[in-house]
Design a protein around this ligand. Structure first.
Ligand code: CTP
Length: 405
């Protein structure tokens, strides 16, 4: 990827992994980015500013109060020019300071002043990483939109093994590129995404559900967030972690999902219903565990609300996107749902195809639009598929905007 014209500010903290960040800076520079390095006082005990200066070809900022002629730039101008901020290695100390809003040196003041996305790459002793306060601080920052990379697991500098190693420089650069290339073309748009299965109780120990992993819906939420949207994710019990910067409401049953969706519909511009909502639930939920009496058991089911169909009757100018998981007549069934639920778009996939089934990281989708257009896409990662879906959503949103809706 060509990073010409992109400005990356790299904040280096005091940890042995600081030496690996030298390669991160070198790679970003080779890709054409303008790289400015800010080092904390402790970072300078591990690597010298001269190393970073030689690779970045720019003065390295180390001190808030040094002679401006030396480093030329005020912290505010660095904060403003950055397209991306990377903090690596991020120590427990810097994570704690940022989570508390402390700005007492050049690095923290610059991060507090920036509007650029901040990629935080922790590296520390595995017990420190697992510490409840550190984890709480990471959660706080994630909720505020800071982007975190998970540390690698393996042998640490002090000899023991565990989760806390800085990811490889190539992985950090790849993540940086994916953030830099994402356009903020959905900024200002409020998107509600539903994901995962629902779970319908039979008795205190059993329930009815389906094979949905939640990965597709979570990918849509992540992609929308990367593109600047304000994202609310309403999820049934899923196997995936909530993406950074996305608000999550966890639900269990279809009725709970309906309640949460309706409560937030008014404040949404776009709704993407990727959840695999159970169509039926047990008519009665036994308060005690049902015993196995006899060779047969009949379970009476009643219909759950069709959430999306209801939204279709009250959609106004909102954009409604449905999903259609099929095993046969993919296009025919999806087209029927598009019409009967009054949708703008439906994403259809044949779950029997290899690479398109439940739980996979890939999908093969067809996008059907209400103007009759059908977009047939090849096998791709769920994240890429999510971006293609959002490309179409953006097109519809811009068209609606142009029409003064
Ligand atoms: N959906 C919903 N509420 C339900 C069931 C489904 O909102 N009770 C949404 C899903 O999130 C998805 C779309 O509707 O976006 C799927 O349509 P649907 O006709 O319900 O699909 P299936 O449940 O697969 O229907 P069928 O069993 O008839 O194929």
């Amino acid at each position: 990827m060509d990073l010409k014209g992109k400005s990356v500010v790299v904040g280096v903290c005091g940890g042995i992994a600081a030496y690996k960040v030298v390669e991160v800076v070198s790679r970003l520079k080779k890709m054409g980015a303008e790289v400015d390095v800010i080092m904390t006082a402790n970072a300078r005990k591990f690597v010298t500013p001269l190393t970073f200066r030689s690779l970045s070809h720019r003065p390295v900022v180390t001190d808030m109060f040094s002679d401006p002629e030396y480093w030329e730039i005020k912290h505010v101008s660095l904060a403003q020019k950055a397209d991306l901020f990377i903090i690596a290695p991020a120590t427990a100390n810097i994570i704690g300071k940022l989570a508390s809003g402390i700005a007492d040196d050049m690095l923290t003041t610059t991060v507090v002043a920036t509007k650029a996305p901040v990629l935080v790459v922790p590296a520390m002793n595995h017990d420190m990483y697992a510490n409840a306060i550190v984890q709480r601080n990471i959660r706080t920052l994630r909720e505020l939109g800071y982007i975190f990379m998970e540390p690698d697991t393996g042998r640490m500098a002090e000899g023991s093994s565990g989760k806390g190693r800085l990811p490889e420089p190539s992985a950090i650069v790849e993540k940086a590129c994916s953030i830099l290339k994402s356009e903020q073309d959905l900024a200002g748009i409020r998107i509600m995404v539903t994901a995962g299965p629902t779970r319908e109780s039979i008795d205190p120990v059993r329930y009815i559900t389906n094979h949905s992993s939640g990965k597709m819906g979570y990918a849509v939420a992540q992609a929308a967030r990367e593109r600047g949207a304000d994202v609310l994710l309403i999820s049934g019990p899923a196997e995936v972690e909530c993406p950074d910067g996305v608000r999550l409401i966890s639900v269990t049953t279809a009725q709970e999902m309906e309640e949460a969706v309706l409560a937030n519909f008014e404040n949404s511009d776009v709704v993407v219903m990727a959840a695999a909502v159970a169509d039926y639930r047990p008519a009665e939920v036994s308060e005690t565990k049902i015993k196995k009496n006899g060779d047969e058991m009949v379970l009476r089911l009643v219909k759950n609300p069709d959430i999306l169909k209801k939204l279709g009757t009250m959609k106004g100018n909102r954009i409604l996107v449905g999903f259609s998981a099929e095993t046969d007549d993919l296009e025919g069934n999806a087209a029927d749902k598009l019409e009967s639920k009054n949708l703008d778009m439906i994403v259809a996939n044949d779950v029997t195809m290899e690479g398109a089934g439940f739980g996979t990281d890939t999908n093969i989708i067809k996008i059907l639009k209400c103007d009759g257009t059908v977009i047939d896409l090849p096998l791709m990662s769920k994240l890429e598929a999510a971006h293609r879906i959002l490309d179409e959503v953006r097109g519809l949103a811009y068209a609606a905007g142009d029409a003064g809706l």
